[in-house]
Ligand binder design. Structure first.
Ligand SMILES: Nc1ncnc2c1ncn2[C@@H]1O[C@H](COP(=O)(O)OP(=O)(O)O)[C@@H](O)[C@H]1O
Ligand SMILES: [Mg+2]
Length: 261
């Protein structure tokens, strides 16, 4: 089964007193993802499009086994995130533009370290490192400490390092967030290349343009629920042939009411 199946997942968070204050509510629980189902296939980029707070990051963290759904399950190539999380992790990468690299180390050191953690053998590691470092322009900086590199370079290194184990499933939370234009282009091009190699890519975004440029299929998520899904053409055709932006705002209006859109 070469696909990724999200099967009716729900995820709630307990709100701390402080969070209750920030959200101006007495309610103790927040439903972040509410009965979400969709499938992504190998060889396609599936875009989860939704406004801030829709539940995109929560859904992607469940898929990547970083957190567990309360109910429902997710199958990655037939492996359940609840029952076979270890096997899922071998075949999946979770990418963000957030930086979690230790300043004291070099790209070369970090790449080797994470390759070893994933049990990649030495020959494969060297080949893959050479390819990724060349692809992302990291070569020249491989012995420079992370602290001394630009933000764009750090982001590219962190993406390369997330891909050390050559996973078939790539989960990318907001791929263009905070990336400079050139870095974003490099990353987008590489996502398309991986898609063409037969990998499944699921990305989240709140940017319509990213969906139009990159995604083979899109699901629009609002308030933790999938409102519509299909190819861009299908989604647009289902709403009187408007454009994606018009469909998005139609769905927002239906969900949160006229006054808020
Ligand atoms: N750890 C958490 N504790 C409490 N609430 C959370 C937590 N993570 C996310 N949420 C809430 O769940 C909702 C969905 O968040 P998130 O998945 O980050 O949305 P998105 O990525 O679409 O912006 C938001 O209302 C957010 O405040
Ligand atoms: Mg998010």
């Amino acid at each position: 089964m070469s696909e990724l199946i999200v099967d009716n997942i729900r995820k709630t968070f307990k709100l701390s007193r402080k969070q209750q204050k920030i959200e101006k509510t007495d309610i103790k629980k927040k439903v972040a993802v509410d009965g979400l189902s969709f499938q992504a296939r190998r060889g396609e980029i599936y875009g989860l499009l939704g406004p801030n707070g829709a539940g995109k990051t929560t859904a992607l963290r469940c898929i990547s086994t970083l957190i567990k759904p309360d109910t429902g399950d997710i199958y990655v190539n037939g492996d359940s995130v609840l029952k076979d999380a270890f096997r899922v992790r071998k075949n999946i990468a979770f990418l963000t533009s957030e930086l979690k690299l230790d300043d004291h180390f070099t790209p070369n050191y970090l790449y080797r370290y994470f390759s070893n953690l994933h049990g990649v053998n030495a020959t494969e590691m060297e080949q893959r490192k050479a390819m990724l470092f060349q692809r992302f322009g990291i070569d020249k900086f491989q012995e420079v400490k992370i602290a001394d590199l630009s933000t764009g370079m750090k982001q590219k290194i962190s993406i390369a390092i997330a891909l050390v184990h050559d996973p078939d499933y790539i989960i990318f939370d907001e791929p263009t967030n905070g990336l400079d234009v050139l870095t974003a282009k490099t990353v987008m091009d590489y996502l398309l290349e991986m898609r063409d190699q037969g990998k499944a890519i699921i990305l989240s975004t709140h940017i319509l343009n990213v969906v139009e440029k990159l995604c083979d299929r899109v699901g629009i998520i609002i308030d933790g629920k999938l409102k519509i899904e299909g190819t861009l053409a299908e989604v647009i055709a289902s709403h009187e042939d408007k454009n994606l932006e018009a469909v998005f705002f139609d769905l927002m209006r239906e969900s949160v009411g006229e006054d808020h859109v």
